[in-house]
Design a binder for this molecule. Structure first.
Ligand SMILES: *Cc1c(COP(=O)(O)O)cnc(C)c1O
Length: 362
């Protein structure tokens, strides 16, 4: 069996995979309605929200676009708090739809400086919304979202959160932290295949929606809400992925959110300790290191591409490389969803053998 240890897609338990082998059902019929209602209720528990939660048939990026077009108008000023590739992507989407993006970018590997967020909001009172990545998958850093959110709300701004690789794995109480739109994706911590973005929408986000003028059709939250009242989605959903997600959510609730969060904390700690025991530096500031993805910096002659190839071909272990300007400079171990400390031990033991074969001198 292949050990898929990238930060999404992630391995799925066989119960979830088997659910996908089911025959299709009518997405406008009663049975699908029951499944959708149950999935939505279960997601609300795991999002820790009493607000609306919708399933959108898309990858996570579609959910990010939905967050933008449902709450903003062209010309709106938005503060983009970015610490890596996915923070840049969120800002690019806003820009493409005509928002005036004010960038607040931090060195990759570091978390956002909360005080700088306050200064930026103070400097430009016309900012309407703040875009932030909770867990930056490209660098393995988790932002202090609780502190960022309290500042954003002090200034009474909308908070749009890319929680694609954190929700369901790392604590993110959506209501307590006043997240207005929170986005995640089925193939990250949810033990399900790709195909669904899941989004929460707060009351404040609905107020913004009423005035937002960016073009929207497929992503319109108002359509999602009116159809959900009938147990449907506006457009044909990824039915098989919904089947799988319904099973994985039951498994998650059985384990319990606090236990899931604690398991990811243990697994994250094991990954960081393992990387350090190999003599490799962590890429992320360890005070903000992610519990869902660990980035290791290449050093001491290590050829990460060669290393990834040997791991893949000889150990059936698939890790992630670096994205964009981190290509060849780091590698990443994904540890979210269906993962245990044993899975990390497997990776670290193989790395112990493979590193010297890939040029690493300890
Ligand atoms: C994976 C990921 C995305 C992109 O999601 P897709 O499902 O590939 O569209 C965006 N942001 C973060 C933080 C991610 O981890």
């Amino acid at each position: 069996m292949e050990h898929l240890r990238i930060p999404g897609p992630t391995p799925c338990p066989s119960e979830a995979l088997q659910a996908m082998a089911r025959q299709m059902i009518n997405h406008r019929g009663g049975e699908f309605g029951q499944i959708l209602n149950k999935v939505t209720a279960n997601l609300k528990q795991l999002f820790q929200t009493k607000g609306d939660v919708f399933l959108l048939t898309s990858s996570g990026t579609g959910g990010l676009e939905a967050a933008i077009v449902n709450t903003l108008s062209p010309g709106d000023k938005v503060l983009s708090v970015s610490i890596g590739v996915f923070g840049e992507r969120f800002a690019t989407i806003a820009q493409e739809f005509g928002a005036e993006v004010i960038p607040l970018s931090f060195e990759w590997g570091q978390a956002a400086d909360v005080d700088a967020v306050r200064q930026a909001l103070k400097a430009e009172p016309k900012i309407k919304a703040v875009l932030v990545t909770h867990n930056e998958t490209s660098t393995g850093v988790t932002n202090d979202l609780a502190s960022i959110s309290s500042i954003v709300k002090e200034f009474d701004k909308l908070l749009l959160v890319d929680a694609i690789s954190s929700l369901g794995s790392i604590n993110l109480p959506v209501d307590d932290w006043h997240c207005d739109v929170t986005v995640t994706g089925s193939q990250k911590g949810w033990m399900a295949p790709p195909g669904l973005a899941m989004v929460s929408v707060s009351q404040e986000a609905w107020q913004a929606h009423a005035k937002a003028k960016m073009p929207r059709f497929y992503w319109d939250f108002a359509q999602a809400k009116s159809y959900l009242e009938k147990g449907q989605t506006p457009w044909t959903p990824a039915i098989s992925t919904v089947f799988a997600l319904s099973v994985s959510l039951e498994m998650m609730l059985k384990e319990g959110l606090p236990n899931i969060i604690a398991r990811h904390a243990r697994v994250g700690k094991a990954a960081r300790a393992g990387v350090k025991s190999l003599g490799l530096p962590l890429f992320a500031d360890e005070n903000y290191a992610s519990n869902t993805v660990t980035a290791a910096a290449s050093s001491n002659g290590l050829d990460t591409k060669k290393m990834l190839k040997i791991l893949r071909e000889e150990y059936q272990i698939v890790l992630g490389g670096g994205q964009q300007r981190l290509d060849g400079k780091i590698f990443r171990i994904g540890h979210l969803g269906w993962v245990t400390e044993g899975d990390i031990e497997t990776v670290i033991s193989a790395l112990n053998i493979v590193l010297p074969q890939a040029g690493f001198r300890s």
